[in-house]
Write a new protein. Structure first.
Length: 431
């Protein structure tokens, strides 16, 4: 005679499982469509703003006049500043981080969509912010909205919110496994089987859906690299450098967002700051946009070391300035780009002592280590770089070595030490 707890699987559990599967599929489709729509909007505004059609964004910016760069950035700051001022005055923007910890995890879909569009407009017109924030927000809002409409529990809604965010990231960067790991390692901080399956399925579906609208090519085109002894030794030495650098980067971003301008000051500050970044872009056009351009230059080894040094300092400063102005955006790509340029810079110096390794290989190791440490996500960073560059497994050993030491050093650098409190690993956040 059964006690009720060990009843065999019957129709009710099968119905519940079927409903969950349908919701997971719908979340993946919704995140894929949302991510593709935002990407197409991004490209349309970029082409209109800088007057190019076929080339990359960086090429379009470089071919635009210095005056146009300043005018576009100033206009962009005014447009998004007024937009965010109006949105935040009349609506409450709920972030992915808020949704995961609130009793009610739902993100208001219309408000979140408007916020995502404003993020896309800002990045398209040159703001030094990551474009991944918008599809993450929209994917999360779609995911939790579908889950709530399907009558799922609050815990299940939170899971689908996180899965939608990771799927949005996967769709726009063509990184199905990286998007799933972002969900599990950064948002849910869980590798339970049910969470793993949901994250993998939503990210894979979203990526496949996005292929119908976007290219299925990798984010970065790089030549195949071979592992060298010099690269492995470099990775051992570079990890701590990336760890300290990423800790500074993270503190700078946190400080920039601590006291954003409010009310009528918001559009005034965004306009002024965006104009200032536009002025810098007259000399350094690589500063505009999310950082994909300078990262590609680092992977290609296409700049002189003094230029890499200048951009390593100026890119984080431009990103912090944009965030401090009240703009909203991601930090994933700016972090990746900073790491790639730091890797190229230090790798170029290293090559004077131990030659034989292409600059691009140093840049890939640098990008993975810096991203892992700044976002406290070593597994996600490793997979993202492998998927974004499709560089294969040849660099896996130096990447792992650099990522591991960078993560440990950054954790120690960011953790306050007091006599009364032991060192505690900071929790992941959803940037």
């Amino acid at each position: 005679m059964s006690d009720g707890a060990l009843e065999p699987v019957g129709p009710a559990p099968r119905v519940e499982l079927g409903r969950l599967l349908v919701v997971v599929v719908l979340v993946g489709v919704g995140a894929g469509i949302g991510g593709a729509a935002l990407t197409l909007l991004l490209h349309a505004i970029q082409h209109l703003s800088f007057g190019y059609t076929e080339a990359t964004f960086l090429t379009g910016v470089e071919e635009a006049s210095g005056l146009r760069r300043v005018v576009v950035m100033t206009t962009g700051g005014l447009v998004v500043g007024l937009g965010w001022w109006a949105l935040r005055r009349y609506r409450t923007v709920v972030t992915v981080k808020d949704g995961l910890k609130n009793d009610d995890p739902r993100l208001p879909l219309p408000t979140t969509a408007i916020d995502a569009v404003l993020q896309v407009v800002a990045v398209a017109m040159g703001a030094s912010l990551g474009r991944e924030g918008a599809p993450r927000q929209l994917g999360a809002a779609i995911g939790v909205w579908i889950a709530a409409r399907a009558g799922l529990t609050i815990d299940q809604q939170r899971t689908l919110l996180a899965c939608g965010a990771g799927a949005g990231l996967a769709a726009v960067y063509n990184v199905p496994l990286g998007g799933a790991l972002f969900t599990l390692e950064i948002l849910l901080v869980s590798f339970a089987v049910r969470d793993v399956l949901a994250a993998l399925l939503t990210s894979a579906i979203a990526t496949g859906v996005a292929w119908a609208f976007l290219s299925d090519k990798p984010t970065y085109i790089v030549e195949p690299f071979a592992i060298t002894a010099g690269l492995v030794v470099f990775a051992v030495l570079f990890g701590p450098i990336a760890g300290v650098g990423s800790a500074v980067f993270t503190r700078l971003m946190d400080f920039a967002q601590r006291h954003p301008p409010q009310g009528w000051r918001l559009p005034v500050v965004t306009t002024s700051v965006f104009a200032g970044v536009g002025l810098l872009a007259v000399v350094f056009p690589q500063l505009l946009g999310n950082g994909k351009g300078p990262a590609q230059l680092a992977f290609d080894g296409a700049l002189a070391l003094p230029m890499f040094l200048a951009l390593v300092l100026l890119k984080p400063a431009a990103t912090a300035a944009c965030l401090g102005s009240g703009a909203t955006g991601g930090t994933l790509t700016p972090s990746l780009a900073t790491g790639a340029m730091l890797g190229a810079l230090t790798g170029g110096v290293w090559s004077t002592f131990w030659s034989g390794t292409p600059i691009g290989a140093f840049a890939i190791v640098g990008a993975a280590a810096f991203l892992a440490a700044s976002h406290k996500a070593p597994f996600t960073a490793i997979v993202l770089l492998l998927e974004m560059t499709q560089s294969g497994n040849a660099l896996l050993v130096p990447i792992i070595v650099a990522v591991g030491s960078a993560y440990v050093v950054s954790s120690l650098a960011r953790t306050p030490r007091t006599s009364a409190n032991p060192v505690v690993e900071p929790k992941n956040d959803a940037r």
